[in-house]
Design a protein around this ligand. Structure first.
Ligand code: NAD
Length: 509
């Protein structure tokens, strides 16, 4: 199956690195991609060496000089064509995402749909890159601000969204007039090659210089080439908080700009007025979707003591219905974890939860029998816990859901929800307007995303996406997130025959 998928995406050689000689594949050591679905080898890619990297930078710098002069709506037209090509290739690309990363086929298609949606958004945006006009204090003067392209945008992405995160950044950056260099996760290199092939074809058809989209491959060492490079004014980094702290320090040292999208520890508050059916669907999807490997996965449920047992029983019953297995089989709800290291972390987290006094409600465990051979399958687990447990304070990138009880007012639940170092996504399930509004007020959730009567997981591309505190503070995707990809300039024009100094200062000579 996978060979057909690769063929449809134009990836036919096993060793892509040496066969193309193109600037987006490196000449360094080989990294192999194995599927978490069955452990099978898919293909290998060569990493980018420092020498390769310098060539990529020169190509990107050259391309930027040309691309920034293309009118924004014309750049938008290229992005429109890219979105249309993604529509045509949604099936094979979605399958590759599912097979290489391990998320369910529906989620693989959903990820490609997000790419299509952000392209549509970016096409409209290409005609809306606006600034303000401001009344000047000086007579006969006009003042305004405008936005110009920034230059090279360096994109470092995580394994769990192998294609969408790149497109959130690139679709906006391209209409803004920037060029992009992408370092994807070394765990999913083929998805990045498929994307690069698609955009390279579109660029060729439109005579766009190839350096507008560059791909470099490898692990953190290749990421470091970019974070330390002052030829890259903006680094957009998605991944763990551990990585974000290192990248942020390196970029700050050279006074560059960083857009950080890091780990979450997302909670749903369930109040006495919650609709239990909606709560259970939202919580289960949030906790087990993508096998708990979304930055917005639901990790904590903060439940009022008056309905605690009812919610707990409904959740345990729902977990009993979950089908775990090959993500390409649409009957399965839960696929594998990304690799054996992730399985180890999952096991260690459950052990730690037990040692801190957690009560295992739904037993986890590794699945390695019939139908699971070679894969990284685990059972989603539920643990009754306390918010202050050390393990609960950490993001474990696996399907472990902690149930936490609260009593009294919703303020107590909000305090628990905010009582972690991360600040990505949050939700409240309630039919009580007062509780919902408190949750959304300035004294409410401290997260970048706060939802009412939907879960924490997933977001529409129209809104700005990102989180506070150790989630990094960045915003990507919709709303006015485009501004980070541009430099701002204030212009004052004097259309009189006299030079007026600001603030009434006289300077006679
Ligand atoms: P990771 O931090 O291990 O790796 C992410 C990327 O950073 C990879 O490309 C990796 O090679 C690179 N990298 C690692 N160390 C680096 C360094 N020192 N310098 C430069 N680059 C470096 O994360 P992961 O395991 O791939 O992904 C899971 C994490 O990503 C979770 O914490 C999850 O919450 C987070 N995530 C956040 C968002 C968001 O939007 N907030 C989205 C997706 C994933």
């Amino acid at each position: 199956m996978i060979q057909d998928v690769l063929k449809q995406l134009g990836i036919e050689d096993k060793n892509l690195g040496t066969s193309t000689g193109s600037n987006w594949f490196g000449s360094g050591e080989e990294i192999s991609s194995f599927s978490p679905v069955n452990g099978e080898y898919i293909a290998s890619v060569n990493t980018t060496t420092q020498e390769d990297y310098n060539k990529v930078i020169s190509t990107a710098e050259k391309a930027f000089k040309e691309w920034r002069m293309v009118p924004a709506p014309k750049r938008g037209e290229i992005v429109r064509q890219f979105g249309n090509r993604l529509r045509e290739l949604k099936e094979p690309l979605g399958k590759l995402v599912s097979y290489e990363m391990g998320k369910s086929l529906q989620e693989g298609y959903g990820e490609v749909q997000e790419m299509i949606d952000i392209c549509d958004f970016a096409v409209g945006l290409s005609r809306q890159l606006y600034g303000f006009t401001i009344h000047s204090e000086r007579p006969g003067h006009r003042m305004y601000d405008q936005y110009h392209p920034l230059g090279i945008v360096g994109i470092i992405s995580a394994f769990n969204f192998p294609v969408a995160v790149w497109s959130w950044n690139t679709a906006l950056a391209w209409v803004c007039g920037d060029v992009c260099i992408w370092k994807p996760s070394e765990k999913v290199p083929l998805c990045s090659i498929a994307c690069q092939k698609i955009i390279a074809d579109i660029f060729k058809e439109n005579n766009v210089p190839e350096g507008v989209s560059c791909l470099i491959n490898g692990d953190y060492r290749v990421g470091e080439f970019m974070s330390m490079d002052n030829r890259i004014p903006l680094i957009s980094a998605t991944g763990s908080t551990r990585m974000g702290k290192i990248v942020a320090a390196k970029v700050a040292e050279r006074l560059g700009r960083s857009l950080l999208e890091l780990g979450g520890n997302n909670a749903i508050i369930v109040t006495p007025d919650a609709d239990i059916k909606m709560t259970v669907i939202g919580a289960v999807f949030g906790a087990v979707g993508t096998c708990g490997q979304r930055c917005t996965s639901t990790r904590r449920l903060i439940i009022h003591d008056s309905i605690y047992d009812k919610v707990k029983d409904a959740l345990v019953a729902a977990y009993g219905q979950l089908k775990i297995g090959n993500p390409l089989d649409e009957k399965n709800h839960v696929g594998p974890l990304i690799d054996h290291d992730a399985v180890k972390m999952y096991n260690e987290a459950l052990e730690k939860a037990k040692s801190e006094g957690g009560n295992i409600l739904v037993e986890g465990g590794i699945l390695d029998g019939d139908g699971y051979e070679g894969g990284c399958y685990v059972k989603p687990a539920i643990v009754e816990a306390k918010n202050e447990f050390e393990i609960v304070q950490h993001e474990t990138f696996a399907p472990i859901l902690y149930l936490i009880k609260y009593s009294g007012d919703v303020e107590n639940a909000i305090e628990l929800q905010n009582g972690v170092v991360q600040g990505l996504s949050s939700a409240i399930m309630t039919s009580n307007l007062r509780e919902a509004e408190k949750f959304l007020s300035q004294a409410g959730s401290d997260c970048g995303i706060a939802n009412v009567n939907i879960g924490t997981s997933g977001a529409e591309i129209g809104g700005a996406f990102g989180g506070e505190k150790e989630t990094g503070g960045g915003r990507e995707s919709g709303s006015d997130a485009w501004k980070i990809y541009m430099r701002r300039q204030t212009n004052t024009i004097n259309y009189t025959t006299e030079l007026h100094l600001a603030h009434g200062i006289k300077f006679d000579i």
